[in-house]
Design a protein around this ligand. Sequence first.
Ligand SMILES: [Zn+2]
Length: 185
Amino acid sequence: MAILDILTFPDPRLRKKAQPVEQVDDRIRRLVDDMLETMYAAPGIGLAATQVDVQRRIIVIDVSEGHDTPLCFINPRLVAREGTEQMDEGCLSVPGFFETVTRAERVTVEALDRDGQPFRLDADGLLAVCIQHEIDHLDGKLFVDHISILKRQRIRHKLEKQRKEREHAEAARARSTAEPRRSAI
Ligand SMILES: [Zn+2]
């Protein structure tokens, strides 16, 4: 297994729409396992393939308290939604920010599991929110699209600034190690 790089907002690759998985084979299973490992390491409770720059309709979720109940949804599809609920949401691709988002309170989702078997699941509470959040990712949508433009721009500017600072620091580090040592003789 491997820990994958998670793209950060406003990376344009997060806006790509994921394509359905045609066949659940070993390659897909390996990706699912890597996504789970990446999600647990982050740590997070959900991850979509688009967040690790793979445009396939795959999401993994674990909302259990013991972090021991991994769920995998391949080609997930919401077939029913009911009620509305507001919850504070965060996202591994929008690190450090939490905003209130309105979503359906209960959903029914149909998907394939890690073995390619179809299943149907009724969800409410945090799991329902998480499923909707992750399916949004597969359509190139982020939770910040559900909040005001002003708030979204504020988050965007802060994350862009952080990324630039990080890149400067890395470049400075690379320069300092690349420079040959000079000794006076
Ligand atoms: Zn997210």
